[in-house]
Design a protein around this ligand. Structure first.
Ligand code: NDP
Length: 398
């Protein structure tokens, strides 16, 4: 099977390469893509020898071409969003790992879907932004959409399937696991002064910065509620968030007869990645066996909504539908970037998102262009709200 990895230099990209390298007889790498980490992409090309490598612009393309030439690597270098789409839609490609972070993943992921590929969806933001359009494109193209988010992968595994389409007959509710992140028990008064490094220090998972901060605010769980509604055709009321600090039970499905099915495993993304690559087969992922005796105890509790206002905002967006999830997502990306750059406090993230949701007029997006216009408008408003916060902080410091 020939595979393209969008976002090869990220946490999911690196884990995907690890799984692929364990099965050279089964997989070939068609293309690898990156944004800023050109030297890392060069090393990946030299090691894995894809046909193509894609970077954002001409400067990065020249740098990568030089590095590959010096190493005698024949991978061809392409640049720009159009090339990202081309390496997803090429007739030779069978599977695409969609692991670009954020809204930047929308266009190439949709291109892979429209081309009817096996799409391994890690980039939840594209589904959050354009859920109805995305799922309509899946139905039309007969793409095989396999969720990589560990929770959705667990849910998929707990639902009977029909040729890759999960059947939801008799499903009462989905129990979506959440670790609660690094600040589950931090005194509320201390949250305003937590640092980006503390927010990114997730207790169980090693992930990219954006999703790590989303986990700390629990916006990540909110995005996952929206993702679950689209993937499994359920209402927001049928998705219940369960705090499970050990991250061993990755999610559960409750049926009408009282049965609850769960998927368990060590918190290592190579399990859902291997599942997505090989489905319906099972292959070695490199993940060690879960020692259930050593784990011994599993804990579950309800989320504290006062502590996690971003979760509440995402639930509101899920209920509202239309453009609300795209506004939520765009404002969150801006607010998280501002927090990581040290411009706003951790606790200001929710305020920026709420402000953008109040300011942007809700609409019903009918095309990808509509979604992109909403995304841009929400980003502009969120950026203004960040500037206001920065100004307020400067006044306080005087
Ligand atoms: P990382 O930040 O580690 O990696 C992101 C990847 O996207 C990198 O390869 C990066 O390139 C690339 N990228 C960033 N911006 C752009 C852009 N504008 N254009 C093209 N490529 C870009 O993120 P993760 O791997 O942690 O997450 C990727 C996706 O998977 C996210 O949507 C996340 O929510 C989801 N996910 C991640 C999980 C995890 O365990 N990490 C778990 C479940 C879901 P470069 O590094 O070269 O700048």
């Amino acid at each position: 099977m020939k595979v393209t990895i969008l976002g090869a230099t990220g946490s999911i990209g690196v884990s995907t390469l690890d799984v692929l390298a364990r099965h050279p007889d089964r997989f070939d790498i068609f293309a690898l893509t990156a944004n800023s980490r050109v030297a890392q992409l060069a090393s990946q090309c030299i090691r894995h020898r894809p046909v193509y490598a894609v970077v954002p612009g001409e400067a990065a393309a020249n740098e990568l071409t030089g590095l590959l030439r010096d190493a005698g690597c024949s991978t061809r270098v392409l640049a720009g969003e159009r090339s990202l789409c081309d390496v997803c839609t090429d007739p030779e490609v069978e599977a695409v790992m969609a692991a670009i972070v954020g809204a930047a993943g929308l266009v190439p992921t949709m291109a892979a879907v429209k081309a009817g590929k096996r799409v391994l969806l890690a980039n939840k933001e594209s589904l959050v932004m354009a859920g109805p359009l995305f799922m309509a494109a899946v139905a039309e193209s007969e793409a095989l959409l396999l969720p990589i988010d560990s929770e959705h992968n667990a849910i998929f595994q707990c639902l009977p399937d029909s040729h890759g389409r999960p059947l939801r007959d008799g499903v009462k509710k989905i129990l979506l696991s959440a670790s609660g992140g690094p600040f589950r028990t931090t005194p509320l008064a201390e949250l305003a002064s937590v640092t980006p490094a503390e927010a990114c220090a997730h207790p169980n998972w090693r992930m990219g910065q954006k999703i790590s901060v989303d986990s700390a605010t629990m916006m990540n769980k909110g995005l996952e509620i929206i993702e679950a509604c689209h993937l499994f055709a359920v209402d927001q009321q049928q998705v219940e968030v369960v705090i499970h600090p050990e991250s061993i039970v990755h999610s559960m499905v409750e049926y009408a007869d009282g049965s609850i099915l769960a998927q368990l495993g060590n918190p290592d993304m190579r399990t859902p990645i291997a599942f997505g690559l090989a489905w319906p087969d099972r292959i070695d992922s490199g993940v060690p066996s879960l020692d259930i005796m050593a784990v011994a105890r599993l804990n579950f509790e309800a989320p504290d909504l006062e502590r996690f206002p971003c979760l509440v905002l995402a639930m509101e967006a899920a209920r509202a539908g239309g453009s609300a999830p795209a506004i939520l997502n765009a404002a969150n990306e801006v607010a998280v970037a501002a927090f990581l750059e040290g411009k706003i406090a951790f606790t200001a993230i929710a305020g920026v998102v709420a402000g953008a949701m109040d300011c942007v007029e809700p609409t019903e997006p009918r095309s990808l262009e509509d979604v992109q216009a909403i995304d841009l408008e929400a980003r502009n408003i969120a950026n203004n709200l960040v500037q206001v916060r920065v100004g307020e902080q400067q006044v306080q410091m005087r």
